[in-house]
Design a protein around this ligand. Sequence first.
Ligand SMILES: [Zn+2]
Length: 168
Amino acid sequence: MICPDCRTHQMQESRETVRYDECGLSNVALQGVRVRKCPGCGNQLISIPSLDGLHRCLAVALVNKAERLNAAEIIFLRKSLGWSKADFASKFHVRKEQVSRWESEQKAIQMTVQNELLLRTLVAKGQKIEHYEDHLEEFASKESCGQSFLSMLFDHKQWSVNNPLCPC
Ligand SMILES: [Zn+2]
């Protein structure tokens, strides 16, 4: 295809691993996605297939993790429920400032494990994740090491997590 920006050069296509910071999580990489680059003006187009499927897969990975959720992950799950901060506050019977603290990177206040499990359970229910309740004792049972990384692979028309979440 011709570059839509400069309308001069033919775009060069390759498969690359790209970061997906746009989802709000800073530790997600997408493997083997199609990247088109213009050799003339440097314009770059990244195609992410099945965005809904990718977001579902990320939500499943977060809901099922043994480590506590960080602020960005809480925001991601809250948004996956379609909730504003105000919705979150009213459904959890807390003030909006409380939600802001849960969602703050500075971690002024960590969610209680019970609240965190409730959030995960609501997402699991919405995403129809099977057997979620069977492993509640494992979820949110460890402190996060801060090094978990999600490397996502698109294969056979679906997304999957291609590495363990936590390297420890
Ligand atoms: Zn161009």
